[in-house]
Design a protein around this ligand. Sequence first.
Ligand SMILES: C[S@@+](CC[C@H](N)C(=O)[O-])C[C@H]1O[C@@H](n2cnc3c(N)ncnc32)[C@H](O)[C@@H]1O
Length: 244
Amino acid sequence: MWQATILTLFPDAFPGILGASLPGKGLKEGLWRLETLDIRAFARDKHASVDDTPYGGGAGMVMRADVIDAAIQGAEAKFGKPARKIYLSPRGRVLDQALVRELAAAESVLLLCGRYEGVDQRVIDAQGLEEVSIGDFVLAGGEVAAMVLIEACVRLLPGVLGNAETLGEESFGIGALGGGLLEYPHYTRPAEWQGAVVPEVLMSGHHEKIRVWRQEQAEKMTQLRRPDLYERYVMSKKNAKEEK
Ligand SMILES: C[S@@+](CC[C@H](N)C(=O)[O-])C[C@H]1O[C@@H](n2cnc3c(N)ncnc32)[C@H](O)[C@@H]1O
């Protein structure tokens, strides 16, 4: 069963939103497992300090290598070695759906949530931690980033969403839309709202026409909003044609 082990100074923050809706139901039903360890429990002095001032000076505090190392070893002793050991960090590889698929396919992930200025470089190196960022901005801590990563992974696990088709059709999917396009627009009742009507083709009941319209919309949307993704899509289509 897929397991996420979180090392954090704020274990009470979990499961948080991960305990709600379909991921929460999956958690209760044992489709995936969430474990949290309080980094402070691995502090070595009587003040339970987990951080100290940076060598070289400068603002803020740095999380201590010895404490983080002990916390990781503690997690491994309790739950076994994780398939992936990750430090959530703005310097890391930016999380995208390809990495989410990789992590969801792994047995287990250990997620280290930083605070303050971050973590002593020596423990990142010694533990071989992969750094993963959720985007080019700076959060106050890694907890929200860990939740983002977990939620994205958990919804890919068998049984969590219930309807596997949803996954194939959505943005960045590898299913029906193919090639990592953004998703086409959605509509529901009422058929007319504030003078705006639902595109006629969606009410036609003609499955092939609807499929073609959605594909075109997805392509248009991607070309307009994410030319980088669109270029990749065009290239992959071209390569697939050449391989035939
Ligand atoms: C205030 S940040 C440290 C920022 C660091 N001094 C820097 O400039 O790169 C504290 C912690 O929040 C987490 N964090 C902040 N931004 C993040 C992001 N974009 N993705 C993942 N984790 C992030 C990391 O765990 C980090 O150690």
